[in-house]
Design a protein around this ligand. Structure first.
Ligand code: ADP
Ligand code: 3PG
Ligand code: MG
Length: 397
């Protein structure tokens, strides 16, 4: 059943709307915002609330603070609030606390159309703990709860579950970003245009076991790339040289290969390097990987073959880079797959932190039907799990 959205709210003007967003943006080592996509994607919801005269109280976590104030300083929300202000083109206030009297005063001072950003929710231990008293302090700030934090919906943090649970006497709806993510991904699970082609790469099989199993139950073809390739190859008894491999997952890899039959394609050639670094000597090998060499990317024949499957697809879902794309010598596989999606007539869906970053770095995100803001949440939703963050949102009847 679809969730109610901000469009279903009968009255918004003058209401104090608690908006949970996922402003957990990547930061540079000095704390600058490396990529503001997650902020930009919530603008439609926040703009809508502003235009309707809501008093918006925007809250998010940022990073994984440890409790050491000095080390955690880069996780303060000031730069995020400032970026939101620039993008909205109107003033945004910032509270220096998460809850407490200063926050209550700042909320009481809000006029219709104002936007206040709270301090990083994870500065309070009650957030990760899902603490009910902390949740009540947040819940008391708002007359309406909006969840636009798809990327955090797989977590049980207080602001995702205990806060809407404490607000069951008040409206609790999805923001426009969350609603769009759910619509696209639900359609993918329930009624995809076929052939449905899955592409999985990235670092490890073990990060994506449930996702791989779920995809194998649904797709017509599963194209594998990235470092997980070598765990699958080793499970087949093939040589992988010095490539990354999860030796404790070989049985699982064999089980997945058996489940997949000929629907799972592994790379037939590879870009290999004599060291796993950008300045290594590289060459292309077909078949197995020679002793002493590291598999770093899919090779040119594989790029062609995967692109051909993507051209033929009705729907493509992609998570996980095809190689160590951050280093230019190993980016060609990921770039080729991204271009194939951009050129394809299929419904194209991309998710995962690094995968989305790769697509964006190639300037192709506007040519993909849906680039999800979810990493873990994207994988869990498509694994068929119920996301805790959705539980207390009202359903459309
Ligand atoms: P996502 O965040 O999109 O879900 P992952 O976190 O699973 O993706 O994996 C992304 C990482 O995997 C990238 O940083 C990339 O460098 C790395 N990677 C992919 N292929 C290889 C490889 N062959 N060798 C080393 N690292 C790889
Ligand atoms: C994410 O980036 O996946 C979400 O913001 C959740 O962050 P977390 O992995 O620190 O819980
Ligand atoms: Mg990742």
């Amino acid at each position: 059943m679809p969730k109610k959205t901000v469009y279903d709210l009968p009255t918004v003007h003058g209401q104090r709307v608690l908006v949970r967003v996922d402003f957990n943006v990547p930061l540079t080592p000095t704390g600058a915002i490396a990529n503001d996509r997650r902020i930009r994607k919530t603008l439609p919801t926040i703009q809508y609330l502003v235009e309707k005269g809501a008093c918006s109280i925007v809250m998010s976590h940022l990073g994984r603070p440890t409790g050491d104030p000095q080390a955690d300083a880069i996780y303060r929300m000031d730069r995020v609030a400032h970026r939101l202000e620039e993008l909205l083109g109107r003033p945004v206030r910032k509270a220096d606390e998460v809850v407490g009297p200063a926050v209550e005063r700042a909320v009481a001072a809000l006029a219709p159309g104002d936007v206040l950003v709270l301090e990083n929710l994870r500065f309070h231990p009650g957030e990760k703990a899902g603490d009910a008293a902390f949740a009540r302090s947040l819940a008391n700030l708002g007359t309406i709860y909006v969840n636009d934090a798809f990327g955090t919906c797989h977590n049980t943090d207080a602001s995702m579950v205990a806060v809407p649970r404490a607000m069951q006497d008040r409206p609790r709806v999805a923001g426009l970003l969350l609603a769009r993510e759910l619509e696209v991904l639900t359609h993918l699970l329930e009624n995809p245009q076929r052939p449905l082609v899955g592409i999985v790469g990235g670092a490890k099989v073990s990060d994506k076991i449930a996702f791989l199993r779920s995809l194998l139950g649904r797709v017509d073809r599963l194209l594998v790339g990235g470092a997980m390739t070598y765990t699958f190859m080793k499970a087949q008894g093939r040589s992988i040289g010095s490539s990354r491999c999860e030796n404790e997952r070989l049985d699982l890899a064999r089980e997945l290969l058996a489940q997949a039959g000929d629907r799972l394609l592994l790379p037939e050639d590879h870009v290999v390097a004599d060291r796993p670094s950008a300045d290594a000597h590289t060459r292309v090998v077909a078949g197995d990987i020679p002793e002493g060499w590291y598999g770093m990317d899919i090779g040119p024949q594989t790029r062609e073959r995967y692109a051909a499957w993507i051209r033929r697809a009705g729907t493509v879902v992609w998570n996980g880079p095809m190689g160590k794309f951050e280093d230019a010598p190993f980016a060609q596989g990921t770039r080729a797959v991204a271009h194939a999606l951009a050129d394809s007539q299929a419904v194209t869906i991309v998710g995962g932190g690094e995968t989305a970053e790769a697509v964006e770095s190639f300037g192709l995100d506007s040519r993909i039907a849906h680039v999800s803001t979810g990493g873990g949440a994207f994988l869990e939703f498509l694994s068929g799990s119920r996301l805790p963050g959705l539980e207390y949102l009202e359903e459309r009847t």
